[in-house]
Design a protein around this ligand. Structure first.
Ligand SMILES: O=C(O)C1=C[C@@H](OP(=O)(O)O)[C@@H](O)[C@H](O)C1
Ligand SMILES: C=C(OP(=O)(O)O)C(=O)O
Length: 436
């Protein structure tokens, strides 16, 4: 399915932020790793969280749900031997479960998205798990991946952090269950460091003890621990809401988004500060962000690694800012659902934006007068590209058509419903290519 985004000068209304994808996948996992029954209130409903739910079920968790909650009876440290797992296009779900699958005799992760997740590298985690005694067959570090585990060894574990923080998070979920104590040492740089804070927060809520150095480069993990069954409440999602807030910033708007905690550990909450730095009129109080956009934005310089999943939305806002914006330290955007630097900037250029790339930087020469639009956009299987290009389309001179926009459901299936509720002119239409 495609979406046609027709220029929309005004947005107005109030929405509830969707629930956080990253917290939902983590709570599902720790609930599965506990032996009793846990309850997760207000879980996210998206392809990625569905992937985690499906896989923990395949590994033996009992999952029941109604409109407001999921109730899970976990398998503890004894997942049921599953032959195959299908994580869809979800990177974090794959990496976390690769670690947990090493408790199973023989599991293969299938390659259902060869042009997206199928291209992403997992070598760093494969190397760490192999050094722990797990046998792994893989396609040059990519899917399909077969894991023959059983009894991985703790001890001194090294993992590289310069491609993705998910490899480290995966080991933090696994090591408390091992017989031995572990010491995890992060090699090179640690990208998306803030997300590790979410992993540690959830582990602590699940009763797990981890001693982390302040810079998150070294961890001591006592072995022989048990995950406790608990009740969890999922907070609102900043990465998805970042696109809504950017849309409000580039239009004349009066938009309220509820359920965005000021003290959240989601790095993407920085979108509020960045929009403020860009001089968008807004307030953030008691979990409510209120944007009163006036179409006027100033350029900004920002270390994107603090808010990885909001960078594309911020770049979309910068397309209409006065001056040149720079988003630096973002190289690992190249290893996501698509190359979020080269592929994304190509689509932005088609729409008329003036953007440049460096290996680890995105530079935007703003066009406050608006961009031409009137083009077809390739989604590259990437929900965040779809959301960001929609923001650009709202302020284009002619409509843009985003092909295969249904991939927005990876994290935010109701994104276009929310935008419509705010008055945006967005319409689903049947796409010519149904193969994606
Ligand atoms: O741990 C997680 O849930 C995530 C970590 C980040 O990935 P990287 O660490 O690969 O940057 C983020 O971009 C992704 O959407 C979710
Ligand atoms: C990159 C993302 O997710 P993942 O790495 O889990 O596929 C994302 O949600 O933007």
């Amino acid at each position: 399915m495609d979406v046609i985004v027709t220029p929309t000068p005004r947005l107005k209304g109030r929405i509830e932020a969707l629930s956080s994808k990253n917290y939902t996948t983590r709570y599902l996992l720790v609930a599965a790793l506990a032996e009793g029954t846990s309850t997760i209130y207000y879980p996210a409903h998206s392809e990625d969280s569905d992937a985690m739910r499906r896989c923990i079920r395949d590994l033996g968790a009992i999952v029941e749900e109604d409109d407001e909650k999921i109730v899970i009876t976990g398998f503890g440290r004894n997942p049921k031997p599953a032959e195959q797992l299908d994580v869809g296009n979800a990177g974090a779900v794959l990496r976390f479960l690769m670690a947990i699958a090493s408790l199973c005799p023989d599991v293969t992760f299938i390659n259902r998205y060869p042009d997206s997740l199928g291209k992403r590298p997992h070598n760093d985690l494969i190397e760490s798990l192999s050094n722990m005694g797990v046998t792994i067959e893989h396609n040059e570090g990519k899917l399909p991946i077969r894991i023959q585990g059983g009894k991985p060894r703790g001890g001194h574990i090294q993992v590289s952090g310069n491609i993705s923080s998910q490899f480290l998070s995966a080991l933090l979920f696994l090591t408390p269950l091992l017989d031995e104590d572990s010491e995890i040492e992060v090699l090179h740089d640690l990208k998306s460091k803030v997300v590790v804070g979410q992993t540690l927060e959830v582990l602590e809520q699940a009763g797990i003890v981890i001693h982390a150095d302040e810079d998150y480069m070294r961890f001591r993990v006592p072995g022989g621990q048990r995950y406790e069954a608990k009740t969890y409440h999922v907070q609102g999602d900043y990465p998805g809401s970042a696109a809504i807030l950017a849309a409000a910033a580039v239009t004349e708007s009066d938009v309220v988004v509820n359920r965005l905690m000021e003290n959240s550990k989601q790095g993407e909450r920085a979108v509020v500060d960045v929009l403020r730095m860009m001089e968008t009129p807004l307030t953030h109080e008691n979990g409510v962000v209120h944007v009163q956009g006036n179409c006027k934005l100033k350029a900004v310089e920002f270390d994107g690694d603090h808010a990885t999943d909001a960078v594309l939305a911020m770049v979309a806002a910068a397309v209409f800012a006065e001056g040149t914006s720079r988003f630096y330290n973002v190289e690992n955007l190249r290893y996501k659902e698509c190359d979020r630097i080269t592929d994304y900037l190509n689509e932005l250029r088609k729409a008329g934006a003036n953007v440049e790339e460096r290996q680890s930087e995105i530079i935007v020469h703003g066009r406050p007068e608006g961009v031409e639009g009137g083009v077809d956009i390739d989604a590259h299987y990437d929900h965040r590209v779809i959301m960001a290009l929609t923001v650009v389309g709202l302020r284009s001179k002619a409509p843009i058509r985003i092909h295969d926009a249904h991939h927005v459901a990876k994290s935010y299936p109701i994104y276009f419903d929310h935008l419509k509720a705010l008055g945006a002119n967005v319409e689903w239409v049947n796409g010519a290519s149904s193969s994606h």
